[in-house]
Design a protein around this ligand. Structure first.
Ligand SMILES: [Zn+2]
Length: 605
């Protein structure tokens, strides 16, 4: 009997926080469930795609309910130990704020809170507070959420006050009835289940991180842990930007060496989402690149055949392009200087004309990249001139550059186009001249497509053809200079090529095809007639390199090699044009490109 008595008293103590602090417990449970269940659903959709829907639903509810219950229980226990409203109320406010933030992001950005979203918020709300804070907070969504939070907090405080007064007044008959005891015991079991599920959740989330292509993917089990994780990640993004700036500042600690007296213009044209296999210059069966073919046949243009991008999305591809790091040797982009700074410091005029600065403004990718490229210190260290307006189409954008162009003896020009960025139908004017390909041209397409998909492929090919004319315009712009124009894309993509799919999809089943479509990039070098005349050996060196394997992250070394700048960051063995060049490991996202592609290639014999 004594043992039974002890057990009952122990159970009573365990259950006490649930009984005494149920308003707080319920608030936390509801708040955490709102944030948690959606995320867990996504987690399960990705990790267990084959499990039947109903089983998955049960597991989702299992995880969501159990873990929210556990978290809410721990909070209630804390409040129960402290026994003061000055602990309860702030705890309630935390739950409401976390849930409010979660809902705001869900409605405003249509997604869950991710570190990238958090970085967008940090930039738009804090960095440019004066301009944006008002607009967003005083938008209808912002106001409704603030109002709802205030009402919820007031209602909750009244409930809490009433309950604790009620408990004091009725403290004489606090003995539990049988059904009450059963209810609390069941809840307690759920709490214990939560502890168990929590233990399983870690490895599960880890598994997902390994499967996902972005290391920034992370899953908080609820609104609160998600906020904390995001804060941590943001800190990391900030740290990386600071590291990159510090590394870039080191360029200015070296004394600039004199550069050759010959004038030289180096142009880097950065396209977007350009699938190499859709370019007729690489053998595509539709005439998507007539201008480049004409220039190649006239021997002004040299086509590189084996270049890959280490990333399949803009944000990281651009970082690795701008930094002088080498990913294949395990070097982090943020530990190395941004190469335009080396040019500027050496006396080059550096123009950055970026047609993506205003593109999808407020979106995750644009703001994330702008945070680095337009950091005031980066602007100061890297560029001489930058553009102040964007154009809907790349042709007008190039015209804008032409109108603002300032000649200089030594110049580096960075032109960042919108290219074929999703969706391709918006990347070219729908006039008779540019609507060259039509859905009917794709009736023989493999796999067979419906009308809508055929239109999407036609749009994509039209966007490439438009891009080809834009490149032609850029070549013409520099024809009176000793100019090298390097044109590449940050990454590739998919437009129903080997299966139905647009943009990006991580696809383990067709690993080789996936890598080839997303990471192989078009890469052409145009040498102006004046350059060919003045520096035939240089042009010959470029020609010699056309079949070497290379990666986007080492383009900076090629730029430095072309420039004639003497700098400790130039490594001849990473410069594809150098006779001592060695191609390092080509890592594409998380795969070793050559290993995957060669293996499949060997197997097909
Ligand atoms: Zn991109």
């Amino acid at each position: 009997m004594k043992l039974r008595g002890k057990f009952i008293s122990f159970m009573r103590r365990l259950v006490a926080p649930l009984v005494a602090e149920w308003p707080l417990w319920v608030l936390w449970f509801v708040g955490m469930s709102i944030g948690g269940v959606c995320d867990i659903q996504r987690l399960f959709d990705i990790v267990f795609p084959e499990t039947p829907q109903i089983l998955r639903l049960l597991r989702i509810v299992g995880y969501g309910v159990c873990m929210s219950t556990l978290l809410a229980y721990l909070v209630a226990a804390l409040a129960h130990i402290c026994r003061t409203r000055w602990v309860r109320w702030p705890l309630a406010l935390v739950a409401l704020l976390a849930t409010g933030a979660y809902l705001f992001i869900r409605y405003h950005y249509g997604t869950r809170l991710t570190p990238e979203i958090a970085s967008v918020i940090q930039e738009t709300y804090w960095a440019e507070a004066g301009e944006y804070l008002g607009t967003y907070i005083f938008s209808m969504t912002g106001l409704s959420i603030i109002l709802a939070l205030m009402v919820a907090m007031a209602a909750w405080c009244s409930l809490d006050l009433w309950w604790h007064r009620h408990r004091e007044n009725h403290s004489h008959h606090r003995k539990m009835s049988g059904w009450q005891a059963t209810l609390w015991a069941v809840l307690m079991l759920v709490v214990i289940g939560g502890a168990f599920k929590m233990a399983c959740y870690g490895p599960l989330a880890d598994k997902l991180t390994h499967q996902s292509r972005s290391h920034d993917e992370n899953f908080g089990v609820d609104a609160l842990t998600n906020l904390m994780k995001c804060h941590h990640q943001l800190q990391r993004i900030d740290d990386q930007t600071i590291l990159a700036i510090t590394a870039t500042q080191q360029v200015y600690d070296t004394s600039p060496q004199p550069i050759a007296d010959d004038s030289l213009t180096i142009v880097l044209v950065i396209g977007d989402s350009y699938i190499k296999s859709h370019a007729s210059i690489y053998g595509y069966d539709k005439p998507t690149t007539p201008i480049q073919q004409r220039e190649r046949d006239a021997s002004w243009l040299i086509v590189f055949n084996d270049i890959v991008s280490p990333y399949s999305y803009t944000n990281m591809a651009m970082r690795s392009l701008l930094s002088v790091n080498d990913k294949g040797s395990g070097q982090q982009w943020c530990d190395y200087p941004l190469f335009p700074a080396i040019f500027k410091h050496a006396g080059y005029q550096v123009d950055l004309w970026d047609n993506q600065r205003e593109f999808m403004k407020g979106s995750v990718s644009t703001n994330g990249l702008n945070g680095l490229m337009y950091h005031p210190q980066v602007i100061n260290l890297c560029y001489t001139n930058i553009n102040d307006r964007n154009s809907e189409f790349d042709w007008e954008f190039v015209e804008d550059y032409a109108a603002h162009r300032r000649d200089s003896k030594h110049e580096l020009v960075l032109l960042h186009l919108r290219g074929q960025h999703f969706k391709a139908e918006s990347r070219y004017p729908h006039t008779l001249q540019w609507t060259h390909f039509k859905p009917k041209d794709y009736t023989q397409h493999e796999p067979p497509l419906d009308d809508e998909a055929r239109q999407e492929v036609a749009d994509y090919d039209n966007a490439i053809r438009y891009n080809d004319y834009v490149l032609g315009r850029i070549f013409a712009l520099f024809s009176d200079r000793q100019a090298v124009v390097v044109c590449l894309s940050d990454h590739g993509g998919e437009v129903h090529d080997y299966h139905w799919g647009l943009g990006f999809r991580d696809d383990n089943e067709h690993l080789e095809l996936m890598l080839r479509h997303h990471h192989e990039i078009p890469f052409v070098v145009w040498c102006s007639p004046r350059l060919q005349q003045a520096r035939p050996q240089l042009v010959e060196r470029i020609r010699q390199a056309a079949d070497r394997p290379g990666t986007l992250d080492n383009v900076s070394q090629m730029m430095l090699g072309l420039s004639g700048i003497t700098t400790p960051w130039y490594q001849a063995e990473r410069d594809i044009l150098s006779p001592t060049y060695i191609c390092t490991n080509r890592i594409c996202d998380k795969y070793e490109y050559d290993l995957v592609v060669d293996m499949i290639y060997c197997m097909s014999f």
